[in-house]
Design a protein around this ligand. Structure first.
Ligand code: FAD
Length: 462
């Protein structure tokens, strides 16, 4: 038996970041992970592999559509699927082994296996029981499905199966028009699949600023994705390697079917807490299966904390990381704070979508007076040169004080550009503060400044 200050259960972005921060703060730390590699959902079957596939398929799109115009001639690229998957796997390997290196560097013990908590202060891994003053649960999440839809990870797949299909499907049905469904849907559309997205709601990406969501849907439609909205999926059947999706249109209750080589079920994720023994410990859970915590991430059982996808809040890697750092700092006696009002959300399609803070819809709900500053990438010289003139930056500010309340960007590098606005919001900045900051020319960032100018006397290049 070994004794630790902290044992973290789960080595995803929440858990591994927490373990590193605890070690940096002088604690003796172990991290339990049941997978063969560190990094959790994010590095193994989530953020990183999906971004590798988005990058590879975007490069193909560039070669097929834009190279000739720039005078880059040669044989059109074709896809070596096995090699593309090998590139994705290599990317995963580089990242997961990087975490292993960081664990060694920070003297964190990796307890390999599935952990449970037989009693507060103890963690069992295999036959070994370890002691810890503090236990942090960072056990993450798993894909959720729909009644009548059985996942086999071959024909009917979750995102995990979609990242390692045996071949590129000729037809792909995606159930769910959220971030994961649209990212992977656009990967396969670029690789030549005929992609149809079926969504229960009447719009895509619920929660996103509605104007941006409408523009996003138009752009994806132009790229070849088809959308069936307002459709309740009733079930999926598989026969001779073909799947049939049955759905009912909500507007008239008419029933329809769609046949596809592959069905991607992207209807969300649910917290994963199986095997931890939380029931027996009496750890309080929400109706949605999330571990309940207070503002310091403590559960109702003394010495047990929880973070990341296993608790309430957006299921995002960076949210889990911030909570990982915060819980470590709290245990060390510091006073950390995660600002849930400034957590960016990004969709890594092309163009990207980046959002932070309030949307027009939430501001209307609150009855708050606001102003909108917008700037199209068509007015940005760099974007035009790079075939990226589609989309716009939209900044929402308080009508009286000019303080930035939210921002939404659809366009090139939106996932990076959004952070300028996140920092501004953390400092309580007004749009004028951004507008008066000199921005290098020619950069995409100038579009952010122009949108900030548009909140006041007007953008220059619009
Ligand atoms: P996880 O990453 O799920 O890690 C939990 C770990 O705990 C797992 O490795 C699991 O094996 C381990 N574990 C669980 N129980 C035990 C146990 N009892 N004993 C030992 N080990 C255990 N988020 C973004 O921010 N950006 C993105 O671009 C993005 N893309 C995504 C794409 C896809 C396809 C998917 C599926 C997700 C994506 N996400 C993205 C979401 C992101 O992956 C999660 O929000 C993030 O991984 C949550 O981190 P976590 O540490 O809470 O849990």
């Amino acid at each position: 038996m070994s004794s630790y200050d902290v044992i973290v259960i789960g080595a995803g972005p929440g858990g591994y970041v927490c373990a590193i921060r605890c070690a940096q703060l002088g604690m003796k730390v172990a991290c339990v992970e049941g997978r063969e590699t560190l990094g959790g959902t994010c590095l193994n079957v989530g953020c990183i592999p999906s971004k590798a596939m988005l990058h590879a398929s975007h490069m193909l799109h560039e070669a097929q559509h834009n190279f000739a115009e720039m005078g880059l001639k040669g044989k059109a690229q074709s896809v070596d699927w096995k090699q593309m998957l090998a590139y994705k796997d290599k990317t995963i390997g580089q990242n997961t082994s990087g975490i292993e290196f960081l664990f060694k560097k920070n003297k964190i013990d990796w307890l390999k296996g599935w952990g449970s908590i037989p009693e507060a202060g103890k963690v069992k891994v295999g036959d070994d029981v370890h002691e810890a003053k503090h236990i942090i649960i960072a056990s993450g999440s798993e894909p959720s499905s729909l009644p009548g839809v059985e996942i086999d990870e071959k024909t009917v797949v979750t995102s995990t199966g979609a990242l390692e299909l045996g071949k590129i499907p000729k037809t792909l049905a995606v159930i769910g028009a959220g971030v994961i469904g649209l990212e992977l849907g656009s990967v396969y559309a670029r690789l030549g699949s005929d992609v149809t997205v079926i969504e229960y709601l009447d719009g895509i990406t619920p929660g996103m600023d509605a104007e941006i969501a409408r523009q996003f849907q138009k752009m994806l439609t132009k790229q070849g994705l088809k959308f069936t909205l307002g459709a309740a999926v009733q079930g999926v059947t598989v026969k001779s390697n073909k799947a049939t999706v049955t759905y009912q249109l909500r507007k008239d209750e008419s029933e329809h079917t769609l046949v596809a080589d592959t069905v991607l079920v992207a209807t969300g994720r649910k917290p994963f807490t199986d095997g931890l023994g939380l029931d027996a410990l009496g750890v309080e859970m929400s109706d949605r299966g999330q571990i309940k915590t207070d503002a310091r991430y403590a559960t109702n059982v003394s010495g047990i904390y929880a973070i990341g996808d296993a608790i309430d809040g957006p299921m995002l890697a960076h949210k889990a990381e911030d909570e990982g750092m915060a819980v470590a700092e709290g245990i060390a006696g510091q006073h950390p704070h995660v600002n849930y009002g400034v957590i960016p959300g990004v969709i890594y399609t092309h163009p990207e979508v980046g959002s932070v803070g309030e949307t027009e819809e939430t501001l209307k709900e609150q009855g708050r007076a606001y102003k909108v500053g917008k700037f199209p990438f068509m007015g940005n010289a760099r974007a035009k040169a790079n075939f990226s003139g589609e989309g716009f930056v939209k900044i929402l500010v308080d009508a009286t004080t000019d303080r930035i309340l939210g921002a939404h960007i659809i366009g090139p590098m939106a996932g990076d550009l959004i952070h300028e606005i996140c920092v501004a919001m953390e400092f309580g900045a007004a749009a004028e503060d951004l507008a008066r900051t000199c921005h290098a020319h020619p950069t995409y960032s100038e579009a952010v400044r122009e949108a900030a100018l548009a909140c006041g006397d007007g953008a220059i290049h619009a």
